[in-house]
Design a protein around this ligand. Structure first.
Ligand code: 1GP
Length: 248
């Protein structure tokens, strides 16, 4: 069970790494290279999804991932169309930083009977969008305002409420391709308040940023854009957060 393994890792102080794959952007060759580097690096999870998909490639991407690796595939859905039985689990995201009822509970009601029958492990996740210095697809598509980056207390209280409501994971996301990643002070503020595993992503481009996020209290780092541009970075990110021994 992924939830249990994340909670155990958190208790032991072990850090985890997820590679985010947008199915639209995966050519056969690039996907295979990303998979083999992820295996070599000891990547813990693949996150699959996107704010807006232009092609029907989700299923094919999941099948390919499953055929070539045993790394668990976690759906990170931009909307209810991005549900598939080809994954192991799904982040059931409640966008608690926003005030759009559809993304707090509406879409969940529509998806619930399908999810129940799917056999997917459900990962109830409080999703907090943080301003990353430029508008992102996720803030536009979700029709929500991100939490200002210099307001750690808002993030802290939002995460606190999410945990009180029973959400089992918290995800601080600056949005894919964000100019600035989630500030360390905000990660620290949220970490000090919640006991559930903390996922951090959006705009992490260099290993030092990943290292800073884990030192501030992130348990699971998500990288997408940067490894699309430079897949080799997967190895460096894994070393930076300590899941892969440095190879010289
Ligand atoms: C976005 O947290 C993820 O939802 C990853 O962001 O693509 O900027 O790495 P990047």
């Amino acid at each position: 069970m992924i939830l249990t393994s994340l909670a155990k890792a958190r208790a032991k102080g072990e850090k985890k790494l997820a590679v985010l794959l947008d199915p639209d952007k995966q050519s056969e060759g690039s996907l295979e290279r990303t998979i083999s580097l992820s295996i070599e690096a000891g990547v813990d999870f693949f996150f699959i999804g996107g704010s807006l998909l232009l092609h029907d490639r989700l299923e094919a991407c999941l099948v390919r991932l499953g055929a070539l690796s045993a790394i668990p595939r976690i759906l990170f859905p931009g909307n209810v169309l991005q549900v598939s039985r080809e994954a192991e689990a799904i982040l059931l995201l409640s966008l608690i930083s926003g005030r759009n009822p559809d993304l707090l509970i509406g879409q969940h009601v529509i998806a619930a009977p399908y999810l129940k029958e799917s056999g997917l492990e459900i990962l109830p996740t409080g999703y907090l969008l943080i301003d990353g210095g430029s508008p992102t697809s996720v803030s536009y598509m979700s029709n929500t305002i991100p939490i200002p980056a210099n307001k750690p207390d808002i993030a802290r209280c939002t995460a606190m409420a999410g945990e009180m409501l029973g959400l089992r994971l918290m995800y601080l996301d600056a949005g894919s391709g964000a100019r600035n990643p989630v500030p360390e002070a905000m990660i620290r503020a949220v970490r000090s308040e919640i006991g559930v595993p903390l996922i951090v992503g959006g705009g992490i481009r260099i290993p030092e940023q990943a290292m800073a996020a884990v030192s501030a209290g992130a348990d699971l780092i998500v990288i997408g854009n940067a490894v699309e541009q430079s897949p080799q970075l997967i190895l460096e990110m894994a070393e930076a957060i300590g899941i892969r021994r440095q190879v010289r």
